[in-house]
Write a protein that binds this ligand. Structure first.
Ligand SMILES: [Zn+2]
Length: 122
């Protein structure tokens, strides 16, 4: 099997992801490779081991045989077939962006940056 034959993906998220509001790894949804015929014993040919772990079958991939064990701690979507070239794994943090620092009291603003009324009659 080659990486290009891996056309299934599922979306997973830790069930208690919300307990980690500041952790962009744990508080995230992720795209995970899905193997309809079972996770292979070894990573498929050309697997990008530097970016997508493959320490063991079922560890970072999902198949019908291991999906129930994943569901113990994760929400797991139904599998979808994805177009060629779709990354094996993608990570979508839910962590909120940090608010921009407020302008300190009494700080001078650069000249000419005050908002001007817009003339809507033109
Ligand atoms: Zn599996």
């Amino acid at each position: 099997m080659r990486v290009s034959d891996v056309t299934g993906r599922v979306l997973v998220q830790l069930r208690d992801a919300g307990d980690y509001p500041d952790n962009p790894t744990l508080n995230a949804a992720g795209l995970v490779p899905f193997f309809p015929d079972g996770c292979p014993e070894a990573a498929p040919t050309d697997w990008p081991l530097d970016t997508v772990d493959y320490e063991a079958p079922h560890a970072s991939t999902i198949c019908p045989g291991c999906v129930e064990s994943w569901r113990a701690e994760h929400l797991v979507s139904q599998p979808r077939t994805v177009p060629a070239g779709t990354p094996l794994s993608l990570h979508f943090p839910w962590v909120a962006p940090q608010p921009a620092p407020a302008t300190p009291e009494g700080a001078s603003r650069p000249a000419g940056t005050d908002p001007q009324p817009v003339d809507a009659s033109v």
